[in-house]
Design a protein around this ligand. Structure first.
Ligand SMILES: *Cc1c(COP(=O)(O)O)cnc(C)c1O
Length: 232
């Protein structure tokens, strides 16, 4: 299956999951996770309608995307991998529109200090640790509250919601409960910080995106099911 057929097949599955969940397909954004894939594949995905791409390594994104973005207006890039503080400057000034993998307060402070004069604020999501086998993310609601409070101090940052990685397992129950935990954390944050827009829930990957949609995901991050296996 080529990339355009794969994108079409995913869109069909998104549609069916939305019907099951009583949701509108246009409320779920499809990200193509293009890490370890070259510009030819990215262009194919763009031609198939993908406008949002995810990258997990700063250097790789910076080497691929600035020219591509200039040639393809409307393209959006999100950082989804763990980010070292010494790369914050590149992220704040580079091709990125958002960082979904904000997982500690020192990163908020670093990004906040570097984004004051951006044309558009840098969108951030707080990564919530909901699976034992995942290494990153804020561990609990208290730490999310503190992170939100900090993020909201910076005019160059636009905090828009939460991101998570569910456990990598074939079992549905733990995956579903991971997504439910994110929704309930988001609801608690929205009560505590009601003036903020908390509309983005980034959850669901190739293996679990239908469950994520049923649980309320608004952004699914699909790599393998669009681009095929990665060769790091
Ligand atoms: C690689 C990656 C994905 C995509 O995973 P697939 O299983 O290939 O769809 C999604 N989210 C994050 C954070 C990733 O690092």
């Amino acid at each position: 299956m080529g990339i355009s057929e794969a994108v079409e097949a995913i869109q069909e599955r998104i549609h069916r999951a939305c019907v099951r969940a009583g949701r509108k397909p246009e409320d779920v954004r499809l990200m193509g996770v293009s890490k370890f894939h070259g510009l030819a594949s990215i262009e194919e995905a763009w031609n198939a309608g993908i406008r949002l791409f995810g990258e997990s390594r700063v250097q790789e994104a910076v080497s691929k995307f600035p020219d591509f973005k200039a040639a393809h207006p409307g393209t959006e890039i999100h950082m989804i991998g763990s980010l070292q503080r010494n790369k914050a400057k590149i992220v704040a000034g580079g091709p990125f529109d958002a960082v979904q993998s904000v997982d500690r307060d020192e990163l908020i402070t670093a990004l906040g200090a570097l984004t004051g004069d951006r044309k558009n604020p840098l969108i951030i999501l707080l990564e919530y640790h909901t699976a034992e086998d995942s290494k990153s993310g804020y561990p609990d609601l208290d730490s999310l509250f503190r992170a939100a409070e900090k993020a909201l101090e910076f005019p160059g940052l636009a905090l828009r919601g939460l991101m998570t990685m569910a456990p990598l397992t074939g079992e549905e129950a733990p995956i579903r409960s991971s997504f439910k935990a994110v929704v309930s954390a988001r609801d608690a944050l929205a009560i505590r910080f009601p003036a903020n827009d908390w509309s983005c829930l980034s959850m669901g990957m190739s293996g679990d995106f239908e469950i994520a949609i049923e649980e309320g995901s608004t952004l699914i991050r699909i790599g393998t099911a669009i681009f095929g296996e990665r060769n790091p």
